[in-house]
Design a protein around this ligand. Structure first.
Ligand SMILES: Cc1cc2nc3c(=O)[nH]c(=O)nc-3n(C[C@H](O)[C@H](O)[C@H](O)COP(=O)(O)OP(=O)(O)OC[C@H]3O[C@@H](n4cnc5c(N)ncnc54)[C@H](O)[C@@H]3O)c2cc1C
Ligand SMILES: NC(=O)c1ccc[n+]([C@@H]2O[C@H](COP(=O)([O-])OP(=O)(O)OC[C@H]3O[C@@H](n4cnc5c(N)ncnc54)[C@H](O)[C@@H]3O)[C@@H](O)[C@H]2O)c1
Length: 473
């Protein structure tokens, strides 16, 4: 069997891995990037995750001619063109570096610092000084009566996010099981495309980790777009009918049980399971390399992202950290500093991690909720102050009105004594941009008054802070 030698071997073409591979390759190191599928060059984000879904979120709320079904099919085709172009660019970005070898094969460790690659009937082995595990995560498919069993769906009408956005036909009725990022983004998106969306969530209330006023604002906007919420509910069974007379599949009839045991039946042309993603560590032979995993299957790492084996790091979703592309990207900075030098970094120096859930308008948050801040106030000596305003009522922020979406809410939580910003929720047009400004201010210890008294371009969404932060009480 061929044995090839490298300086650095990456398993999986994720965001952190591909960025680090590029830097090391450009520095002249002999780098191998091993990716199991040519449809995944560039990783989850550009192929099946962030980018395609955000392209569809945007398309879903565009006005269109020719009916919802045609608009949906057209949007899926455009999304496929976009991801194909990004995949090709991502491939060249590494492949064009002389000292980088891109290999399409599935990798598994067969010993310390040794992996076997399998592509069809071909096998070879690689050895290297350093290894980087960047294999991402996979959708969790728990057993749900009538829908899924043993990690597999039981019916072609049952999907995970990855394959639903490859379906060319708009489901007239979509049932979404889950209440996290993907459930909310897909609910907003498919409602925008014209599907009748029902969400089944085991939590008794929507968005249980958010302040109630915020959660209610988000839920009422989605409800206004036609999304039906079944909270404190679970799947109790499902039956699929035979094909109808015109050959179209009949809907699945999904039985939903509430906390009190009462049953409702929801008819669905498609069901989306959005129940989390688990680190992709199965079949990687990690035990043979001395790399430990935890109870959730995540690679155990320290704050330097070092695994339990020497010279083996884990970046991105696979290390059990927050599952966002920008976290995987930040992981590469932490590892880079150890391998090639540069500013010292660890995971513990991340002060804030902002998030955006791409419903329409987008919902973004950084730091603490009001409830969390009040819980910690006595211990931390904070005098908690809050400013909260409906977007439609913010006179000094005409931007949402100019783009015809003045829905939502802005809420900022501060310590009045020191002026420290403790947390911010932005549920409004442009929030995916503006939240980064707040996160920057928080990381650099700027008081809320610095944002209140700044000059902003006009009309913009950031200028909301002139008015909203003037009303802290
Ligand atoms: C629908 C959806 C929407 C999302 N939207 C957002 C968003 O808007 N913003 C955001 O920040 N995050 C979003 N995320 C999360 C984000 O996509 C992930 O956090 C991120 O892509 C993880 O990157 P990674 O570096 O861990 O690896 P990934 O990009 O997941 O790459 C891992 C790669 O490893 C390959 N691989 C796995 N096992 C092997 C093996 N044994 N051998 C060879 N190759 C292997 C896989 O094929 C894959 O290409 C979304 C995710 C999903 C599913
Ligand atoms: N905009 C973004 O940054 C973005 C967008 C999409 C996905 N993502 C990432 O992708 C990951 C996966 O997204 P997701 O929405 O699948 O996961 P999630 O962790 O956000 O939500 C999972 C949901 O499933 C529920 N759940 C889990 N197991 C269940 C069970 N057995 N029965 C009933 N309910 C169950 C949970 O209560 C939760 O509501 C997330 O961790 C997220 O970080 C990020």
């Amino acid at each position: 069997m061929d044995v090839l030698e490298f300086d650095d071997v990456f398993i999986g073409w994720g965001k952190g891995g591909k960025t680090l591979a590029g830097v090391l390759g450009r520095a002249g190191r002999r780098v191998a990037m091993v990716e199991q599928s040519e449809a995944m060059y560039g990783g989850t984000c550009i192929n099946i995750g962030c980018v395609p879904t955000k392209a569809l979120v945007y398309a879903s709320h565009l006005s269109h001619d020719g009916g919802d079904a045609a608009h949906y099919t057209d949007s899926i085709e455009r999304k496929d063109e976009l991801t194909a172009a990004l995949r090709s660019t991502n491939f060249s970005m590494l492949d064009s570096i002389d000292s980088v070898t891109a290999i399409t094969a599935r990798a598994e460790f067969v010993g310390p610092k040794r992996v076997r690659l399998t592509a069809g009937s071909e096998e070879k082995e690689l050895t290297a000084e350093r290894f980087y595990i960047s294999t991402g995560s996979l959708p969790v498919v728990p057993d749900l009566p009538g829908l899924s069993e043993g990690g597999q769906v039981l019916d072609p009408r049952v999907h995970v996010s990855t394959d639903l956005i490859s379906e060319r036909n708009l489901p007239r009725r979509l049932l979404i099981v889950g209440g996290g990022y993907i459930a909310y983004e897909f609910a907003s998106m498919y409602a925008g495309f014209g599907s009748e969306v029902t969400m089944v969530d085991r939590s008794p209330i929507p968005l249980r980790h958010e302040d109630r006023d915020v959660a209610e604002a988000v839920a009422s906007v989605l409800a206004g777009d036609g999304v039906r919420f079944l909270q404190g509910a679970r799947v109790a069974g499902a039956e699929g009918g035979a094909a109808t007379h015109d050959g179209a599949p009949s809907p699945l009839r999904v039985r939903i049980a509430s906390a009190s045991g009462q049953l409702a039946t929801v008819e669905a042309d498609a069901v989306l399971l959005a129940l989390g993603r688990a680190p992709a560590t199965e079949g990687l032979g990690l035990d043979k390399a001395g790399v430990e995993i935890d109870g959730r299957g995540a690679v155990v790492v320290d704050e330097y992202l070092r695994t339990t084996a020497p010279d083996v790091w884990a970046l991105g979703d696979v290390n059990g950290g927050p599952q966002h592309t920008y976290v995987s990207l930040d992981d590469h900075r932490i590892v880079l500093a150890q391998v090639l030098g540069g500013p010292h970094r660890t995971t513990t120096d991340r002060t804030t991690i902002p998030t955006t859930t791409f419903v329409t308008p987008p919902f973004s948050r950084v730091g603490l909720t009001e409830e969390q801040a009040r819980e910690q106030a006595a211990e931390r000596g904070w005098d908690v102050g809050v400013a909260s305003k409906e977007v439609a009522k913010i006179a000094a922020m005409p931007r949402p009105k100019t783009v015809r979406d003045p829905r939502g809410l802005i809420k900022v939580v501060v310590d009045k004594k020191s002026g420290t910003i403790l947390g911010t929720t932005l549920f409004c047009v442009d929030s995916q941009e503006v939240i980064n400004l707040i996160s920057f201010a928080m990381d650099h210890g700027l008081p809320y008054t610095a944002l209140r008294d700044r000059m902003y371009t006009h009309p913009s969404s950031s200028e909301a802070f002139n008015e909203v932060l003037g009303a802290i009480s």
